[in-house]
Ligand binder design. Structure first.
Ligand code: ZN
Ligand code: FE
Length: 255
């Protein structure tokens, strides 16, 4: 049994900790900071054997040098020379075995060009998607085009409904406030917003989400929905799903 728990870092990052049964050998995803990881590992007598990296941004890789020095883990990530310490560079279609599970690597460019996601089938399936898909939102376009991001999100929505979505940031509340404007008659968005407000008031994570739920509440996955299209039309072109996505993304940037 694989368990996944969040290690909060910086103001709103989650470094996901993967653990197989009671084995002391663990994996972390996107360690932007070493200190909170080391703290958990020391407290629970764990050792870091594997690291998964989704993209090159500092808040996802900043802890690598110290973690490598202390634990010498196997580091799997994008083939991007900007990231120091990758042992196994992986690309779309590759697979890797981590914590006893087989992970598929999916290229999901858009937020950055090197962005990848890790998916493992199972009960339930798990998706580590970094800054590509958030609950009720998606990453900003720093390097890629709207078309790339739209295609990447479309790729992720082909995964099963019960896939748990482990995004790298606690952005759910702000995303749901935007979703309330972009999908104003969606009752599930309203319910998700109150639920997220309660969770955050208690300092609880709103993640993981799951893909079935994201398909119902995430405006960026709902570009074909007439209500979303109508709301976006006040902010730009909505002639195609891609145009609606592009308009939504630009609207959210200013929201
Ligand atoms: Zn990022
Ligand atoms: Fe980030």
């Amino acid at each position: 049994m694989l368990s996944v728990t969040p290690i909060p870092a910086f103001s709103d990052n989650y470094i996901w900790l993967l653990r197989q049964d009671t084995s002391p050998e663990v994996c972390v995803v996107d360690p932007g900071d070493a200190a909170p990881v080391v703290q958990v590992l020391e407290r629970e007598n764990l050792t870091l054997t594997d690291v998964l990296i989704t993209h090159h941004h500092h808040d996802h890789v900043g802890g690598l040098p110290e973690l490598i020095q202390r634990f010498a883990p196997r580091v799997i990530g994008p083939s991007n020379p900007q990231i120091e310490g990758i042992d196994e560079a992986v690309n779309d279609g590759d697979t890797c075995r981590v914590m006893g599970r087989r992970f598929d690597v999916l290229a999901v460019p858009g937020h950055t060009l090197d962005h990848i996601a890790f998916f493992t089938a199972g009960i339930p399936p798990l998706l580590f998607c970094g800054d590509t898909l958030f609950s009720a939102g998606c990453g900003r376009l720093f390097e890629g085009s709207p078309e790339q991001m739209h295609r990447s999100l479309t790729t992720l929505t082909t995964l099963p409904d019960d896939t748990l979505v482990f995004a790298a940031h606690e952005y759910t509340l702000a995303n749901l406030r935007f979703a309330s404007a972009a999908d104003p008659n969606n009752r599930e968005v309203a319910a998700a917003l109150s639920e997220a407000e309660r969770a955050r008031a208690l300092d609880r994570p709103t993640l993981p989400s799951n893909l079935g739920r994201e398909r119902r509440i995430n405006p960026f996955l709902r570009c074909a929905d007439p209500e979303v299209r109508a709301a976006a039309a006040a902010h730009g072109d909505t002639d195609t799903d891609l145009a609606t996505f592009t308009t939504l993304r630009a609207w959210k940037d200013r929201f």
